[in-house]
Design a protein around this ligand. Structure first.
Ligand code: F6R
Length: 618
């Protein structure tokens, strides 16, 4: 995530930057900063204060040199390095005459740092971004113009970026560029603008431009020039913007939940980014040594809510790939079960926020018993990330909707990465097996995008009278599909306020089947797996008792006679190459289903009643 903003024109730029950062706050707020080229040097102000960063920055720019008409600003969602002021953007070179802001991850930044001593530069922050400041400055010192210097350096960069760079020697110029991270540019008669998202410059620019990957943009007052990385000039495509500002802050979506659902391909991709290197997993923030990980003889997963459901899938992945016994426990219960913990038990705490008190207490309990703790968190430097011995960050960006969507998917991916990493370190899978599974994982962002295309089908099902008017819902699944069923039921309860139960299909006849009657809706997850046939048998049982059946199946199975016979409604989905990966895709239509029913009832899906995004009370 991270938000970037910049402008160069004829009027003072500071108000544009402060207001733009405020509008981009939903992209991250660990820290915020502004830089202006002023009188032969760079004036810079940064604040790291969590949610207060942007307002404190706004209050702290009163001493900026007056009348400066060019500048850049950044709001940070930390990925490399703690959310401190020293790590806040903009970063400068050693001379303090160049400043850069960046959204993304430079995958080969360690390699790039090897060049720094030769160039007499030293990193002062823990960020991947700062290395680019030094490299570009060195090109400029060697006689290149700023735009040429940026192009030269970016040809060496691997990873994702949207950057903007200024230099005191060319005080009206901003050089921006992108690969995979969002960047829009705009102009009016006197000013050129750049931002991560339209909202930051909405109502300012008259014209907006789409910037493609590997393009470098030179912004001067009222104009932009676009080239490729070799310097050949290209004509940018103009982009029509018809949204009003309120919609624009949600990227054109009606609410954050739908925006976040559609960010899921990126959340999955970013969680994998830089972690798969030549068919092997590289987890540099997992600070537990290979030796420690080889000694582990039992894994406990602790989490709450959707994070707990990710743990249920993680358990099966670790048991399958690593042949290690795993227990998954609801975090609020963990301490009271007298878990048998020691140096050889690994406790994995999963939490989007990293602040959920029950999970934090479980972590503290595990540490007191001498067990190593690994946190799977989305918020960098959250309490859990700091208290744990090791962290595996999901990189879904800030999640604002209370119902977890993109962070849950990122957790599912992170748990697969962790399971395969343990298999790699402990030698329970051959390297070529790990490589093959990673190959499947790398395809999943496309599968997630394809699953999101089921939105119209799902909306149609949710508006069919036999579903729309129902009051009781059951979600069934088996194996990892059980976790999907639990999560589907939780989503529906949370945002639609309808009664919904998630059940392992085989357990139904041990009691709950008594509740099935005409009018009950059963959503069954029957995508391809060893257990799909058994799920269909369980569906037969509810169908015989009059339930309305919604079947989630592999798109290759829609014409299978048993599916046709049982289903009142069918949701086809793409496969993922392995049944353990299937929940990453199977969750999507269930999110869309809950969303469609909730919005049809007029509910506020971003702020469901009685719920808080972060639960800090026991
Ligand atoms: C459900 C949801 C909650 C959280 C739970 C744990 O949509 O968002 O169930 O998953 O409160 O929160 P974290 O992951 O922050 O520990």
């Amino acid at each position: 995530m991270c938000g970037i903003i910049g402008g160069t024109g004829e009027t003072p730029v500071l108000p544009l930057l402060v207001e733009g950062l405020r509008r981009l706050e939903y992209r991250g707020y660990d820290s915020a900063g502004i830089a202006l080229p002023a009188h032969g040097t760079i004036w810079r102000r940064r604040k790291a204060g969590g949610t207060r960063s942007i307002s404190e920055l706004g209050e702290g720019v009163g001493d900026a040199p007056p009348g400066i008409t060019c500048g850049i600003g950044h709001s940070r969602w930390a990925t490399h390095g703690a959310p401190t002021e020293v790590n806040a953007h903009p970063h400068t070179d050693a001379s303090g005459r160049l400043a850069i802001i960046h959204n993304g991850i430079l995958e080969n930044f360690r390699e790039l740092t090897h060049d720094l001593p030769r160039r007499g530069a030293e990193l002062v922050s823990e960020t991947d971004t700062e290395v680019l400041a030094h490299l570009i400055a060195a090109e400029v010192a060697g006689g290149a113009g700023l735009a040429d210097a940026v192009r030269t350096c970016l040809r060496r960069v691997e990873g994702k970026f949207a950057i903007a760079v200024i230099h005191a020697d060319e005080p009206d110029l901003i050089v921006a560029a992108r690969r995979s991270s969002p960047l829009v540019c705009g102009t009016d008669a006197t000013t050129a603008y750049l931002a991560s998202d339209i909202p930051a410059i909405h109502g300012k620019a008259d014209r907006f431009y789409v910037i493609d990957d590997d393009r470098v943009v030179e912004l001067t007052p009222g104009a932009i020039r676009v080239t490729d990385l070799q310097g050949s000039e290209l004509v940018p495509e103009e982009r029509e913007v018809t949204w009003d500002l309120a919609a624009a802050e949600k990227g054109g979506y009606p609410d954050f939940m739908s925006k976040e659902m559609y960010e899921q391909p990126a959340a999955v991709r970013d969680t994998l980014l830089g972690r798969i290197v030549q068919g092997r997993i590289a987890l540099d923030q997992v600070r537990l040594s290979d030796e420690d990980l080889r000694m582990i003889d039992k894994v406990y997963v602790v989490a709450c809510g959707s994070s707990y459901h990710a743990g249920l899938v993680g358990k099966q992945a670790i048991q399958h790939w690593c042949r290690l016994p795993v227990e998954v426990e609801i975090a609020s219960e963990f301490r009271y079960q007298d878990p048998v913990l020691g140096r050889t038990s690994l406790v994995v705490a999963i939490s989007q926020s990293g602040e959920t008190i029950d999970t934090l207490e479980a972590v503290h309990h595990a540490k007191q018993q001498g067990a190593p703790v690994l946190a799977v968190c989305n918020v960098v430097d959250s309490s859990m990330a700091r208290d744990a011995d090791a962290v595996l960050y999901t990189r879904a960006g800030p999640e604002i909707g209370v119902a977890s969507t993109k962070c849950h998917l990122a957790q599912l991916v992170a748990m697969q990465v962790l399971a395969l990493y343990l298999a790699q370190v402990r030698g329970t899978s051959y390297p070529e097996e790990v490589a093959e599974r990673l190959g499947h994982l790398e395809q999943i962002p496309q599968r997630v995008a394809a699953a999101l295309e089921s939105a119209d089908t799902v909306k149609g099902i949710a508006s069919a009278p036999d579903v729309r008017d129902a009051r009781d819902f059951f979600f069934l699944g088996r194996g990892v599909g059980r976790a999907v069923a639990l999560e589907g039921a939780l989503k529906l309860k949370e945002i639609s306020y309808l009664r919904a139960e998630g059940y392992p299909g085989g357990e139904l006849k041990h009691g709950p089947i008594a509740l099935i009657e005409p009018g009950t809706v059963v959503v069954a997850v029957a995508t391809r797996s060893r257990l799909a046939g058994k799920v269909l048998s369980n569906v037969e049982e509810v169908k015989a008792r009059g339930a309305t059946v919604v079947l989630v199946v592999d798109e290759r199975d829609v014409d299978v006679p048993a599916v046709r016979k049982l289903a009142d409604h069918i949701i086809p989905l793409p496969g993922t190459g392995h049944e353990l990966f299937q929940p990453i895709v199977d969750n999507i239509p269930l999110q869309l289903f809950a969303y469609a029913l909730a919005t049809a009832r007029g509910n506020d899906v971003d702020k469901p009643r009685n719920l808080a995004k972060v639960v800090t009370v026991e």
